[in-house]
Ligand binder design. Structure first.
Ligand SMILES: CC(=O)N[C@H]1[C@@H](OP(=O)(O)OP(=O)(O)OC[C@H]2O[C@@H](n3ccc(=O)[nH]c3=O)[C@H](O)[C@@H]2O)O[C@H](CO)[C@@H](O)[C@@H]1O[C@H](C)C(=O)N[C@@H](C)C(=O)N[C@H](CCC(=O)O)C(=O)O
Ligand SMILES: Nc1ncnc2c1ncn2[C@@H]1O[C@H](COP(=O)(O)OP(=O)(O)OP(=O)(O)O)[C@@H](O)[C@H]1O
Ligand SMILES: N[C@H](CCC[C@H](N)C(=O)O)C(=O)O
Ligand SMILES: [Mg+2]
Length: 487
């Protein structure tokens, strides 16, 4: 419970009609979840305009309305608050309503196209092993210490986000590690939060369906760093072309990490194997369990964040070296006949390229690389031909299949992928829209020592078709089919 005028603190108001000395018991942006004494914020979205649901919200018990356009008819006993940007207002209101939990812990936000989940998951594991109470907000799952709370988004909406942070504070957490998606920056899901630090992994092709241009996508990520306070640090990958751009206007303490360029946290890749990588960090050689040279960047970023948070560098390296990667990131399943299947969440061109290059680097002889890959429906269509081309260039055989088709026809998505395949590569490809059948065929085609990459869905335990999530798990499917086929 809170008093309306208190939760409007720091919101930039245009006008108010009604009294602000009233009790508010809930806040929401969704008319369907309005209860008695709720503050309903009307947000213009991609599918609907929340302003259309103001009457419905009041009928269900809303007593305060935050909106960008005042309704023509104002109902008696209701307080209407006109603001310039209602999603930004909702971020600030959510933070106020839940007692500004982000300012009561060290909140670290990680942004970038790839590597966010890996970075925050390992940071959470690291801080737990260093003895801290800590929270996690990620694509795979949210966590309060070791309690798992299912995740629906990479970055939750402002209300859910602040509610989770409040629970973390109540559970004695001193830190929270969260992913900051570009959608969440543009939609102000993170407005009103106090970050102790921000980190940038990299930026490559993704989400152009939403941001329209690559420049807009860069701008969205940069906005996160622009909004950091002077008390925070901003740590960026200096080897990424956009690393320095991210922090050019930030008030935060600028810090860098890298393998190639001069950086505050500098590393060197010493060896790269199917069991892990060896890195030189701060003149110490350390073995890590993560696979793939791209993980050298994730590990350096994690190390930098932990040191900037005041942890002892030796302790950090010791604990970090024993940690496994996040679920569905380069997970290996080795069959009886020694076929290695790798389940990985690579769903962008850059991630797919990195994973396949890692597999090429690590293979011993001329084992075949067989890739099973699809692209999600209702998501950036421009990455489809590019991903198919990369899969073909770096594999011996490619099976084009479905990822989450959502509301699109799987064969349409596959046809768009095929446009990226060169004439010479066409003979390497097969089209099998049923993902289980695709994995089965790949296993049937594989012999001893061959490497099978099942890309795009990683930890996901469903396939989303026309709004319904059907149970499906790449790793379980691979195991089941290895057994069934006696491989
Ligand atoms: C494109 C996008 O990001 N959409 C998100 C956005 O929805 P929206 O603003 O478009 O909502 P809308 O459906 O147009 O409705 C507008 C408003 O009317 C309200 N409404 C609607 C219907 C009704 O009956 N009553 C009502 O009040 C809605 O609650 C909303 O406030 O805000 C919603 C609430 O926060 C999100 O659930 C929703 O995520 C959708 C489901 C989604 O798929 N998002 C993905 C693309 C996403 O956010 N991904 C990122 C990054 C992924 C990554 O790279 O890792 C993430 O952070 O997860
Ligand atoms: N630092 C990195 N650079 C490039 N590719 C990476 C990096 N880290 C991970 N990857 C690849 O990207 C995939 C996704 O990694 P991860 O889940 O950590 O990223 P993410 O940024 O959280 O993605 P999402 O935006 O979907 O939440 C991995 O499965 C791997 O293939
Ligand atoms: N967070 C990303 C995940 C994509 C994963 C892939 N399996 C897909 O469904 O496209 C998104 O929502 O765009
Ligand atoms: Mg993620």
């Amino acid at each position: 419970m809170a008093i309306l005028k208190d939760i409007l603190y720091k919101v930039s108001l245009v006008s108010i009609s009604g009294i602000t000395d009233i009790e508010i018991h809930n806040i929401t942006m969704d008319s369907r979840s309005v209860k008695e004494k709720t503050l309903f914020t009307a947000v213009k979205g991609t599918q609907a305009d929340g302003h259309q649901f103001i009457e419905m919200a009041i009928d269900k018990g809303a007593t305060a309305i935050v909106c960008e356009v005042m309704p023509a008819y104002l109902r008696e006993g209701i307080t209407y608050i006109e603001v310039k940007d209602s999603s930004e207002a909702l971020g600030i209101i959510s933070s106020n309503f839940f007692g500004n939990p982000s300012s009561k812990l060290s909140l670290i936000g990680v942004t970038g196209t790839n590597g966010k989940t890996t970075t925050v998951t390992l940071l959470h594991k690291l801080f737990r092993s260093l003895g801290y109470n800590a929270g996690l907000l990620s694509t795979v799952e949210n966590k309060i210490n070791d309690e798992i709370i299912p995740s629906t988004h990479t970055t939750p909406d402002a209300v859910t986000l602040n509610q989770l942070l409040q629970k973390m504070v109540e559970s004695g957490c001193s830190h929270c590690f969260m992913e900051v998606s570009s959608h969440s920056v543009v939609q102000h899901r993170i407005a009103g939060l106090t970050f102790a630090g921000g980190a940038f992994t990299n930026i490559t092709h993704d989400h152009l369906d939403y941001h329209q241009t690559f420049e807009e996508y860069i701008r969205a990520k940069k906005m996160f760093f622009d909004s950091l306070p002077s008390t925070a640090f901003a740590l960026v990958n200096a080897d990424d072309k956009r690393g320095m751009v991210m922090i050019q206007n930030t008030k935060a303490k600028k810090q860098t990490y890298g393998l190639k360029t001069m950086a505050d946290f500098k590393g060197k890749l010493i060896s790269n194997t199917f069991h892990g990588i060896e890195l030189e960090i701060d003149r110490k050689d350390v073995w890590f369990k993560l696979i793939g040279s791209f993980n050298a960047y994730n590990l350096l970023g994690i190390y930098g964040i932990a040191v900037l948070l005041g942890e002892d560098s030796e302790e950090v390296l010791k604990e970090l070296s024993s940690l496994e990667s996040a679920k569905g990131r380069f997970e290996q399943i080795i069959s009886k006949e020694k076929i290695t299947a790798i389940v990985d969440y690579a769903h962008t061109p850059d991630a797919l390229k990195n994973v396949l290059e890692t597999i090429q680097d690590l293979r011993q002889g001329n084992e075949q690389i067989i890739t099973v890959v699809g692209c999600g429906g209702n998501r950036d269509a421009t990455k489809r031909p590019v991903m198919a081309d990369i899969a073909c260039k770096l594999s011996n055989k490619v099976i084009l299949t479905s990822d989450n088709p959502r509301n699109e026809d799987p064969m349409d998505i596959i046809a768009q992928m095929q446009k990226g395949v060169s004439l010479t590569d066409q003979r390497k490809t097969m089209v099998i829209p049923d993902r289980k059948e695709a994995i089965k065929t790949a296993i049937m085609l594989a012999g001893g020592n061959d490497i099978l990459l099942v890309a795009g869905k990683g930890h996901e335990n469903y396939q989303e078709i026309k709004g319904v999530k059907h149970p499906f798990d790449d790793k379980e499917t691979v195991k089941e089919l290895f057994q069934l086929l006696g491989k």
